[in-house]
Design a protein around this ligand. Structure first.
Ligand code: SIN
Length: 495
């Protein structure tokens, strides 16, 4: 079996990260701490993560209730100024944030820098929403009267975020939550506590009141219940797996709270016989192997027209073999480790199921165990081919595994795209207008691309999915639907 090219690229001296801390009305040093290890070399302890207790979670909710009242009283345009300052501070501290993200979850530093830059862009976008039209006017069926609609904050919001984008995703929830006048309790992934601490510091330094933004680092088993069930929590926004998102939703919606859950994906990228193959293959490499395949929008299924299948397989096998696997802080690395031992285990099990279901490994397929790489959670970037059935085709295997499936025509591409339970993102590479438009209108995903990768998120456009990929309103450009309630005002001025 061909093996993806490996190089040993572990570095000797790691930058020191500042401590991770809790923030509940002020910064707190906690005595209950857990070690965070470098996923690229687990001999390195990169941080010590506090573990919030249940009592601290309850306290954070009380603080956030005060914060909600204080912050919503600030005029929306002034709140926007604070968010704009936060975007500037994130830009100033981008390198520190990027290094922390790479050390904690492993992605190559170039990707972490890109993530920090996107966080700046997202915060900048949300800094202006207070100046947008908030609703519309309407007539009432009576003299001297008029009605209008307005948006009000929903109150205290629990923000539960994953490790794959430890800067950008917490940021794209915190920024709109605050811009719309809510208070926030952030519970980041346990894997990335320092990155979360640094991000929260940016918002506090920009002028967000201490009571309006809390940070609870800890185990879901200890503090999760409070964040979902406390009567004072108005909404829960979550990004993570479909399994966890559905549990969160069942609990929180059952208690009358709003839920926004952005969950799994099994995103197809279609390559038709008339596609620009250079561009399509570039998109597979970025969308399939970027962030070691740990993106909700990763292109994990490539549906390739039979006329170009052989060429696509040959060229991708070559490109996958040229990926440089190693420590994310080493220059030139474009394939980091999986974020944790459990992430690697899950991916290895998914790979085993895929092979048992009939997939053939054409590149990679095992742990990268040469020399120092054996001390990290590395899987060789892996290319599979096989039937359009089984785990490779339909399961979200959150790792650097891409499978190729042959298709005969656009009808089959659309049918196979829609056959899986997920519906987050999809893409088609073609120069045929009819095929492109049929793909847009007949597929069922929240985001659909033509001649573009499946990955990416624009601040002013909705980010979300259909079917098992999402619950509740979309994020980013549609964030106001979750973070505000629309009300109607009915006014008579002669009485
Ligand atoms: C994600 O896929 O998890 C975030 C969106 C992206 O940048 O691809």
């Amino acid at each position: 079996m061909p093996r993806a090219h490996e190089r040993t690229t572990i570095i000797n001296t790691l930058p020191q990260l500042p401590p991770a801390r809790l923030h509940i009305g002020g910064w707190i040093e906690n005595s209950h701490n857990a070690e965070v290890r470098d996923p690229a070399d687990t001999r390195n302890i990169v941080a010590s993560a506090p573990r919030a207790t249940r009592a601290q979670a309850i306290e954070a909710v009380q603080v956030a209730v005060r914060g909600s009242l204080e912050w919503r009283a600030v005029p929306a345009i002034q709140r926007g100024e604070v968010i704009r300052r936060a975007s500037e501070i994130i830009a100033e501290r981008a390198e520190q944030l990027a290094v922390a993200a790479t050390l904690e979850m492993g992605k190559p530093i170039a990707e972490s820098r890109g993530e920090a830059a996107r966080a700046v862009e997202h915060a900048r976008y949300f800094s202006t929403v207070g100046r947008e039209a908030q609703g519309y006017t309407a007539n009432l069926n009576e003299p001297d009267a008029q009605a209008f609609t307005l948006r009000s904050p929903i109150g205290v919001v629990s923000v539960i975020t994953p490790w794959n984008f430890p800067i950008m995703i917490p940021n794209w929830k915190i920024a709109p939550a605050l811009a719309h006048g809510n208070s926030v309790i952030l519970k980041p992934a346990e894997v990335s506590p320092v990155t979360a601490t640094l991000l929260v510091q940016c918002y506090l330094d920009a002028g967000v009141p201490a009571s309006a933004l809390s940070l609870l680092i800890g185990k879901s088993s200890e503090i999760g219940d409070v964040l979902l069930t406390a009567p004072e929590i108005a909404g829960v926004t979550f990004t993570g797996s479909t399994e966890v998102g559905r549990k969160i939703s069942a609990t929180a919606v059952g208690l009358g709270k709003r839920v926004q859950a952005e969950m799994g994906g099994k995103n197809a990228l279609v390559i038709m016989d008339d596609a620009n193959l250079d561009k399509a293959l570039e998109a597979v490499m970025v969308g399939g192997f970027g962030t070691s395949g740990q993106r909700c929008t990763s292109s994990s299924r490539i549906l390739v027209h039979e006329a170009v299948f052989e060429e696509v397989q040959r060229r991708l096998t070559e490109a996958v073999g040229q990926l440089r696997v190693g420590h994310g802080l080493t220059a030139g690395i474009n394939a980091g480790p999986l974020a944790s031992e459990s992430a690697l285990e899950d991916v290895m099990q998914g790979l085993e199921r895929a092979v048992a279901d009939g997939a053939t490994v054409v590149a990679g397929g095992s742990r990268a165990e040469d020399s120092d790489l054996a001390n990290g959670w590395f899987l060789q970037p892996t290319l599979l081919t096989g039937p359009a059935t089984g785990a490779a085709f339909s399961e979200e295997i959150f790792g650097p595994i891409v499978s190729l499936h042959s298709i005969k025509d656009i009808d089959e591409a659309i049918r196979l795209n829609n056959e899986v339970e997920y519906g987050l993102s999809a893409s088609i590479y073609t120069s045929n207008l009819e095929a492109a438009n049929r793909f847009i209108f007949e597929t069922d995903t929240g985001m659909v691309h033509v001649n573009r990768p499946t990955v990416g998120a624009e601040p002013h456009l909705p980010f979300g999915g259909s079917k098992a990929s999402a619950i509740g309103p979309s994020e980013l450009g549609a964030a106001h639907q979750f973070f505000t309630k629309t009300r109607s005002a009915h006014v008579r001025w002669k009485f």
